[in-house]
Design a binder for this molecule. Structure first.
Ligand SMILES: [Fe+2]
Length: 300
């Protein structure tokens, strides 16, 4: 990292000893965690700058880019989160913080569209208020590790419609709280609701992050998915997605949220009794997603 034996303070600033000189200035940081964060950040940042040796114009451009990212942020647009997403940092932070045992359902990123509370709805409700998309049933069971159903588990669901937009993106087009619902599982841990098959969609790409994707030959799209947060007493809450099998972009999600274990097919069910149970006409489309939560004590 730095030249061994250099004495940066006495000789003033030097290219070789740059990181050490800056690290000395943080030596008396009282909070040990802050000290650890700043130490590692300075070491990596200086190594990065030495690696790429930016021109002054490039460094100005980098500062200008970050400034623009900040200016793009407001109450409904978080460009820094988008930047973190497309760099895979959101997915990495999620992975580091949710090292659940293998038997638990995988987590993935929260995403930027859970900005309003989901309304409580009865099991079986239709959350598609605009009926934009192919009708389907979304159903599953919430269980603990050992297979025990978790009665009353809370299942929070939100998704884009059949055109690939969330309600908050189209306040003048979609009804408020369209395609959102908070459900309580039944006595057997089961949940079911009526919705539409979500469509893949681009993350907002009309800002600096979109330009970055464009300049690097990347697309801004995410594969079709339904967001889920599942919670049950005594268990670690789970934030995840169900991805629609066969959707475009499953292999190139712009925010790196896809895990193979979370992909489910949309199946066509021809069963009058089940159609009756879900209050839909037969045959019907179904996405099934069972959820296994990790007991708090067994979290890795
Ligand atoms: Fe999403």
């Amino acid at each position: 990292m730095t030249t061994a034996g250099s004495a940066p303070r006495r000789g003033g600033f030097s290219e070789d000893g740059s990181a050490e000189i800056v690290l000395e200035s943080f030596a008396h940081t009282p909070d040990p965690r802050l000290k650890r964060l700043m130490t590692s950040f300075v070491e990596h940042l200086h190594a990065f700058v030495k690696d790429v040796e930016p021109t002054e114009e490039e460094w100005e451009q980098a500062i200008g880019f970050l400034t623009e990212v900040g200016h793009m942020c407001d109450a409904t647009r978080q460009e820094f989160v988008l930047l973190s997403d497309v760099l895979g940092v959101s997915a990495l932070v999620d992975a580091i913080n949710h090292r659940n045992p293998a038997a638990a359902t995988d987590s993935t990123v929260l995403g930027p569209f859970h900005m309003v509370e989901s309304p409580r709805r009865e099991l079986g409700s239709d959350i598609s208020l605009d009926h934009n998309g192919e009708p389907c049933v979304f159903a599953g069971q919430v269980r603990s590790f050992d297979g025990t159903p978790l009665p009353g588990a809370r299942v929070d669901v939100w998704q884009a419609n059949g055109a690939g937009f969330y309600d908050v993106q189209q306040p003048d087009v979609q009804p408020e709280r369209n395609l959102r619902g908070l459900f309580a599982a039944d006595d057997h841990g089961r949940f079911w609701l009526r919705t539409v098959v979500p469509r893949h969609y681009p993350i907002p790409d009309d800002g600096p992050v979109g330009r970055l994707l464009d300049a690097t030959g990347r697309h801004p799209n995410r594969p079709a998915h339904i967001h889920v947060i599942a919670e049950a007493d005594g268990h670690t809450p789970l934030t995840t997605h169900v991805f629609v099998e066969g959707s475009p972009y499953l292999d190139s999600d712009a925010v790196f949220g896809v895990k193979r274990s979370l992909i489910r097919p949309v199946t066509v069910i021809d069963d009058p009794l089940r159609a009756d149970h879900y209050d839909v006409s037969n045959p019907f489309k179904l996405i099934e997603f069972d959820i296994v939560l990790a007991p708090v004590t067994e979290r890795a």
